[in-house]
Write a protein that binds this ligand. Structure first.
Ligand code: HEC
Ligand code: HEC
Length: 364
């Protein structure tokens, strides 16, 4: 297992480099990752989490080879908004991951640089530090590996890594920023994806009315309807079986009964297992009121339509439907009109205005 919390590894790695430099003079010429250390770079960083969140979720595991640093995060933020990553220099990550929409895309399908349209809805980027398998179908593990793909995806940035590396290496400011973050001016795809992953790990969202109530003990933070909705969400509705409180996803891949006949294989195309057909990543419901449209294929334009699915639209005969959907087998339309109003109020209480406006995540 290569994941562990970042802090403890920084010292041993430093000691190792110092020892190697003392023992082996030949090593001195190598581009050492900690070369910036004399100047104080890079500066170790950690996530600042509310105590209640920390108690429930713990600090996320960080990859051993990419600990969070102040300089790495700042560089990642810049790269997230960098249009030179795309072939035509017109598109950045933020083109399809907009802060006002909790870093999702209000368009049903994002449009690539050459006008081609994908088949899946862009995903919100909140609290991914706790995630492992990325994308609706879980086809890559980890944020570093994920960040590699949009650059070369013909439906997205439609570029090649050598072109990106060449452009960034030609920019003196970027060379300096990479030196501060990683101790080298040799910019390559690995370091670019490492910086992007660091930035995305800092994008935490835990300041919604729900959080102020649940973790902060503020009994006035949620309306009465929203509190009723929370009770339904966790009990009768069984929603919290998959959208677990805290992250509002269990990070598993499940079929919530959208289709009788599977139209997009989802996880099944990745694993080749027929039992995985039509299974998709359980999406977080954080900031759900601002991340329309909904589901992997954007089939629902509004939250009312989503609740319509969970109130009479579930296909229990779908071959891979999740066992946690069994409740709907007995209660195809479990919610009264008033309960739908309560659930709506609850879903709206997951909007975190601080996150949507946080200057740390805005274009630098
Ligand atoms: C053209 C639009 C577009 C661009 C540009 C784009 N993305 Fe995405 N992003 C998407 C879509 C669509 C998905 C879902 C794709 C899928 O599941 O097949 C996605 C998924 C993701 C995910 C997975 C989230 C999760 O919960 O699994 C991450 C992380 C991500 N993008 C980060 C980035 C980064 C970093 C960049 C820039 C290097 C970027 N994206 C550029 C459209 C885009
Ligand atoms: C068996 C697990 C499971 C249960 C139970 C469940 N969901 Fe979901 N939910 C999912 C999955 C999986 C998706 C994504 C499906 C897809 O796109 O193919 C989803 C999608 C959603 C979405 C759209 C999210 C987005 O970003 O597009 C909302 C909103 C939602 N669920 C709310 C609820 C509510 C409210 C309940 C209870 C009434 C509930 N869910 C019960 C698994 C579940």
């Amino acid at each position: 297992m290569r994941m562990r919390h970042a802090r403890p590894i920084i010292l041993p790695a430093t000691v190792f480099v110092v020892v190697m430099m003392a023992v082996l003079p030949g090593c001195r010429k190598d581009p050492v990752v900690y070369a910036g250390e004399e100047a104080g770079w890079p500066t170790p960083a950690d996530l600042d989490l509310p105590p209640g969140v920390l108690a429930l979720l713990g600090m996320p595991d960080m990859p051993l080879d990419n600990p969070l640093t102040v300089e790495g995060i700042a560089l990642g933020r810049r790269l997230f908004y960098e249009k030179a990553l795309s072939d035509t220099q017109t598109m950045s990550c933020a083109s399809c991951h907009r802060q006002g929409n909790a870093f999702s895309d209000p368009r049903a399908f994002s449009v690539g640089t050459d006008g081609r349209v994908g088949t899946r809805n862009s995903m919100t980027l909140a609290n991914l530090a706790w995630g492992d398998r990325m994308f609706w179908d879980g086809r890559v593990h980890g944020l570093e590996a994920q960040a590699h793909d949009p650059v070369v995806d013909p439906l997205e940035m439609n570029n090649s890594w050598p072109v990106v590396e060449q452009r960034l290496n030609a920019d003196a400011e970027y060379r300096q920023l990479f030196r501060q973050a990683f101790g080298t001016t040799e910019i390559d795809s690995t370091l670019v994806t490492h910086a992007l992953a660091q930035f995305i790990r800092t994008m935490t969202s835990f300041d919604s009315p729900f959080d102020r109530y649940w973790f902060g003990g503020d009994t006035t933070a949620m309306s009465e309807e929203a509190l009723n909705g929370l009770a339904l969400f966790t009990s009768q509705g069984k929603c919290a079986g998959c959208h677990t409180l805290g992250l509002f996803t269990d990070n598993a891949f499940r079929n919530n009964g959208l289709d009788l006949v599977v139209t997009d294989p989802g996880l099944g195309a990745v694993t080749g297992d027929p039992g995985d057909l039509g299974r998709f990543k359980v999406p977080t419901l954080r900031n759900i009121a601002v991340t329309a449209p909904y589901m992997h294929d954007s089939r629902f334009a509004t939250l009312e339509e989503v609740l319509g699915h969970y109130n009479g639209g579930v296909h229990m005969a779908s071959p891979t439907v999740d066992p946690l959907m069994d409740f709907w087998g007995m209660n195809p339309a479990p919610f009264s009109p008033n309960e739908i109003i309560d659930l709506m109020a609850f879903l709206h209480s997951l909007t975190d205005e601080t996150f949507l406006l946080d200057p740390r995540f805005a274009e630098p």
